[in-house]
Ligand binder design. Structure first.
Ligand SMILES: Nc1nc2c(c(=O)[nH]1)N[C@H]1C(S)=C(S)[C@@H](COP(=O)(O)OP(=O)(O)OC[C@H]3O[C@@H](n4cnc5c(=O)[nH]c(N)nc54)[C@H](O)[C@@H]3O)O[C@H]1N2
Ligand SMILES: Nc1nc2c(c(=O)[nH]1)N[C@H]1C(S)=C(S)[C@@H](COP(=O)(O)OP(=O)(O)OC[C@H]3O[C@@H](n4cnc5c(=O)[nH]c(N)nc54)[C@H](O)[C@@H]3O)O[C@H]1N2
Ligand code: SF4
Ligand SMILES: [Mo]
Length: 714
């Protein structure tokens, strides 16, 4: 039995895996992991299905006469090396693109970023996390000087007085975490859910506000207006711990409750009730997820929610604060170690000369040889076939998950060369010139960092099928073919040891974390700097007592850094230690409904499918539970259309047309339809979505665009 973690979401639930006698693997409860205490959702429970050789890729594929056919690893890797080299020679290093994923382990994300900058010498690397939590990251960095999704462990949630959950459908997207909200209410706390739909999560709430999609910024500003006009600000906190209040207050005061009601559709009495519930208890939290973040003003929207926390002193204190519920398995760690367009490991900035010097030192290269920042995810995909001629893709399926996916699919098809490393033949892998079959979660060891900032050891539990190699092996081999023999080890722990050094002194400092510690302590929260005089080897070994640097206290043990479960209690991570208000004001979505496209489309998830569905659509039990796409709409809208439950309807936007059966429910606003995005083909939600980008985070507007509905004649 091997204690390990789930392959899917950012909760990274603990589970035990045991190879079964007659083949296959069984999952059992792992109660020692505190986040889920043994509970799993259906995806986690059925995850061993992913290990079946019948379901996954087991040999490399290369395109020959237009079709993908099996090939040896030698041939496949040679072809990738040739493809990338040819592009580099003909068009320069920036014509090679790299696209990563927030599901990749820390080791893979680190190695991929290093590979792009050191081996390919390209600035063009970004990843799917840009589509996920980048708006919250940008706002968190601005306000707190640091982006760790949650500045406290999940176990603090039931201890606060009120939680405002903004655009998170936790009951479907992280089912075991619903327990924290139940416990909150059992303890006398209250829950406010803000979602245009009355979701399973909203059904748990004491108060459900259902704003029009894309108006969360106005809503948060309206609440701040009420906080100020009712004299509910915490002046002492504002004075001691923050900067920028005056401008922010002035900006908020332009957002009268009646004006906010007109924009959001949320009645003023509900706004007042929310303010009362949030301000009366001693502590409160705001947690956001993709609803408010996946907007072309996602950064300002999250800033507005942070402003609300700061103005009421609900930040930088125990059991209070703002947090973002990160989504992917390694959504947190994957945004820290350099697969992001502007980033070096340890959450360092690629434009910071000191950061370049430090990381180049660890990598043994000249700092001047490191390229600068490249394009963001959508812009990178949009440049395929024009500025970018070859792409190496690891851990994402943009044919299904990118906004304006029809266009992105064309861009992928127009490449000179596409290489995809994946576990399955995803819709994107099916377009590739070379497909590299790689090991996944239970077939390899690596670290992930969960939504709390807790670094975890995800252990290998089974041997991979023959013919499959790891992502780290792929990068090692490609580097070697480019003449870089060293610096791309295949052993994950060796990569992690280098990551520790590269991250040392950075914001996301992992230097005090070792595999051994992760195993013994069941996870460690970053930042966790190494103590000065401790060598890596001796650091946590009780057989080698450590001495203090200056020798005067030579009997004392230098205790390892305990890690940082709770942040900002004494100071924020900004230069002056103060949190920064952001004076944001409301602006509409990029594409408001009009006569031609009168309805709003929003998109999201269902409990039984994961993301692009590349993995979960291959699991029978999950497919039975969620067999295909649908369009959720209100009975009034359905009546106007003349559609009944199950009728196939077309949803048309300026980007394209998708068809799916109608699911009629009063739980959605009458001006809005909802589609999950897990399926390719004619029901693909992303055929419709608008790639309007947030100016700061470059997040696309997945959560609101204008559409019209049509009935489809049989
Ligand atoms: N089952 C399942 N679980 C998952 C995933 C999955 O694909 N499937 N993916 C994982 C990942 S990567 C992520 S990022 C998380 C995402 O987790 P969530 O953010 O919980 O998921 P979504 O369904 O995208 O969006 C949440 C809610 O936002 C609402 N919403 C839509 N528009 C708006 C708006 O304008 N304002 C507000 N306030 N709300 C709005 C939707 O109605 C939806 O109920 O889930 C993770 N867990
Ligand atoms: N309309 C709409 N679109 C959305 C969203 C939305 O709410 N609405 N949400 C966005 C969000 S939040 C996200 S996170 C994205 C996610 O969308 P994608 O980036 O497409 O995410 P996945 O479907 O998880 O794709 C991961 C791929 O990597 C493979 N894989 C798994 N493990 C490994 C590994 O270790 N190595 C390699 N090489 N491959 C591996 C999987 O098999 C799968 O093919 O979708 C975004 N798209
Ligand atoms: S909630 Fe997330 S981590 Fe937990 S079992 Fe489900 S998919 Fe896996
Ligand atoms: Mo995500």
């Amino acid at each position: 039995m091997t204690p390990t973690h789930c392959p899917y979401c950012a909760l990274q639930c603990g589970m035990n895996l045991t190879p079964a006698a007659g083949g296959g693997v069984t999952v059992t409860e792992r109660v020692d992991f505190p986040v889920n205490r043994g509970a799993l959702c259906g995806k986690g429970r059925t995850a061993p299905a992913l290990l079946s050789p019948a379901l996954r890729l087991t040999e490399p594929l290369v395109r020959r006469d237009g079709v993908l056919v099996p090939a040896s690893w030698e041939e496949a890797l040679d072809r990738v090396a040739e493809g990338l080299t040819r592009t580099r020679t003909e068009h320069g290093p920036d014509a090679c693109g790299v696209f990563g994923g927030g599901g990749l382990t820390n080791e893979k994300a680190y190695a991929l970023g290093k590979f792009a900058r050191v081996v390919l010498g390209t600035s063009q690397i970004d990843y799917n996390g840009r589509f996920c939590m980048s708006s919250a990251a940008a706002a968190g960095n601005k306000a707190f000087g640091m982006d760790r999704g949650l500045p406290f462990p999940m176990e603090d949630i039931p201890k606060t007085g009120c939680v405002i959950l903004v655009g998170s459908n936790l009951a479907e997207t992280m089912p075991p975490a619903l327990r924290y909200l139940t416990e909150l209410r059992e303890n006398g706390g209250t829950l406010i859910v803000i979602d245009p739909r009355r979701t399973r999560t909203a059904e748990q709430a004491d108060l459900h506000l259902a704003p029009r999609p894309g108006t969360d910024l106005a809503l948060a500003l309206g609440l701040l207006h009420l906080v100020v006009s009712q004299g509910r600000t915490d002046e002492a906190f504002i004075e001691e711990r923050t900067s920028g209040w005056e401008e922010t207050r002035a900006a908020a005061m332009a957002h009268w409750p009646e004006y906010v009601e007109r924009i959001t559709g949320v009645p003023v009495p509900q706004l007042r009730e929310a303010v009362r519930m949030f301000c009366e208890p001693a502590n409160a939290m705001v947690l956001t997820a993709r609803g408010p973040e996946q907007q072309s003003k996602g950064t300002d929207t999250v800033s507005a929610w942070i402003n609300l926390c700061l103005a009421t002193g609900r930040s930088g204190r125990p059991y209070s604060g703002y947090g973002c519920l990160t989504g992917q398995g390694n959504g947190q760690g994957g945004r820290e170690h350099g697969q992001k367009a502007d980033q070096l490991p340890g959450y360092r900035k690629l434009t910071d000369p000191e950061a370049r010097r430090h990381v180049a030192g660890v990598w043994g290269v000249d700092p001047d040889s490191l390229p600068g920042p490249g394009l963001s995810a959508y812009e990178l995909l949009d440049a395929l076939g024009s500025d970018i001629h070859s792409l190496l893709l690891m851990g994402s399926n943009p044919v299904v998950s990118a906004p304006r996916a029809g266009h992105i699919q064309q861009r992928l098809e127009s490449l000179d060369f596409l290489a995809v490393a994946d576990v399955v033949l995803s819709e994107t892998a099916a377009l590739a010139d070379v497909v590299l079959p790689v090991t996944q979660w239970a077939e390899e060891t690596g670290t992930t960092t969960n939504l709390e900032g807790r670094v975890l050891l995800r252990r290998q539990a089974v041997a991979p099928p023959d013919g499959v190699r790891s992502d780290l092996y792929v990068l090692h081999q490609l580097a070697a073919r480019a003449g870089v023999e060293k610096g791309f080890p295949v052993d994950p722990e060796e990569v992690f040891e280098e990551l520790r050094r590269a991250s040392a002194g950075g914001i996301a400092d992992y230097s005090g974390i070792t595999y051994r510690r992760l195993a013994e302590e069941n996870g460690v929260f970053w930042p966790c700097p190494a103590q000065d005089d401790q060598s890596d080897e001796q650091q946590h070994d009780p057989r080698h007592p450590q001495r203090h640097e200056h020798g005067h206290d030579d009997q004392a043990l230098a205790a390892p850094h305990p890690g940082s479960p709770r942040l900002f209690l004494d100071r924020f991570a900004t230069e002056d230690g103060r949190a920064r208000f952001a004076p944001v004001t409301y602006r509409p979505i990029a594409e408001e409904p009009d006569a031609e496209y009168p309805v709003l489309l929003t998109t999201g998830r269902v409990v039984a499918q994961y993301q692009s569905g590349a993995q979960t659509r291959r699991v029978d039990e999950l497919n039975a539970a969620a067999p295909g796409p649908f369009v959720e709409l209100h009975p009034r809208l359905a009546a106007r259309l003349g559609a009944e439950e199950g009728d196939v309807i077309a949803v048309v936007s300026r980007r394209g047309r998708a068809v799916a059966p109608a699911r009629i429910t009063t739980s959605i606003r009458p001006d809005t339809v909802f589609m999950p995005f897990h399926w390719p083909g004619e029901g693909r939600a992303n055929t419709l979505t608008n790639p309007a980008l947030d100016p700061t985070s470059r997040m696309p507007e997945f959560k609101a665009c204008a559409v019209r509905l049509e009935t489809v004649r049989p």
